[in-house]
Design a protein around this ligand. Structure first.
Ligand code: FPP
Length: 250
């Protein structure tokens, strides 16, 4: 078998993604759904609906190539400030996605995981999330993290609170608290930090996403709106990542 071919996937411009040097963890800020809808004279929620197609395409390709962890920023703590109707639609779309996607997640051996405080989500969504997490818990090919009711600052705060409780209970000593120990109190416990963070729609902000974990993450900002982000766009991001020289401050 020709491993040179097996280990490569063709990008848009014919350049090859080297499957042996893939990011272990890709995080994505899926932005631009509203603008995509507005440009077509559609209600904002249609943009979110169209965004689900990109979620499917990117998750499938990440899994096919061999990315270990894919994290999608689906709903931030700040997103509760949106119009109640939009929030309700986002929750319904999430629920639909969970109900529909379970067979695909099982077939592709993808484990679903949530980053964020699930307890504020509608009960029905919580139940479905728990079902899908339990059902996919034994899958080992890729972890799909959905950041839901997520805030990087809140994540760090809840870690500090739990660490403080552990110290008071005498289960953790101050001297034992290094970066690795701290990371174990984050939602991403046990996962590598993102190697690549993609943000769509031309915005150039971090928006309270994975603040601890992205210290040395490569950023890829693209003007493409999330519903237009497909296979060629994801391959282009991976190619760009593979062109970068990562020095980690050295
Ligand atoms: C940002 O676009 C997008 C969101 C706040 C939600 C992302 C949600 C989805 C793609 C659908 C549901 C996801 C899953 C995983 C089932 P925006 O609304 O801020 O766009 P704008 O900046 O153009 O207004």
């Amino acid at each position: 078998m020709n491993t040179a071919i097996v280990n490569q996937a063709e990008g848009t411009n014919g350049a090859m993604v080297d499957r042996t040097r893939l990011p272990r963890h890709v995080a994505i800020i899926m932005d631009g759904n509203g603008r995509w809808a507005r440009a077509r004279g559609l209600p904002r929620v249609m943009g979110h609906r169209a965004g689900i197609k990109s979620v499917r395409v990117v998750a499938e390709l990440a899994r096919e190539l061999g990315v270990g962890v894919l994290t999608l920023y689906a709903f931030s703590v700040e997103n509760w400030k949106r119009h109640p109707q939009e929030v309700a639609t986002l929750m319904r779309l999430l629920d639909e996605y969970l109900r529909r996607e379970l067979p695909t997640l099982m077939k592709n051996e993808i484990r679903l995981n949530v980053l964020g405080d699930m307890t504020a989500l509608p009960e029905r969504v919580q139940e479905h999330l728990k079902e899908v997490m339990a059902g996919t818990g034994g899958n080992g090919k890729m972890v799909l993290n959905l950041a839901l009711n997520y805030s990087g600052r809140c994540e760090i705060l809840q870690a500090v609170r739990r660490i403080s409780a552990q110290m008071q209970a005498g289960n953790l000593k101050e001297a034992e608290l290094d970066e690795a120990a701290f990371s174990r109190f984050l939602y991403t416990d046990g996962q590598p930090d993102p190697d690549l963070l993609i943000r769509t729609s031309g915005e150039q902000r971090i928006s309270n996403f994975l603040l601890w974990q992205i210290s040395y993450t490569e950023l890829y900002l693209t003007p493409t709106l999330w519903p237009d982000f497909g296979k060629p766009d994801f391959l282009a991001a991976l190619l760009e990542y593979q062109r970068r020289e990562r020095r980690f401050g050295a």
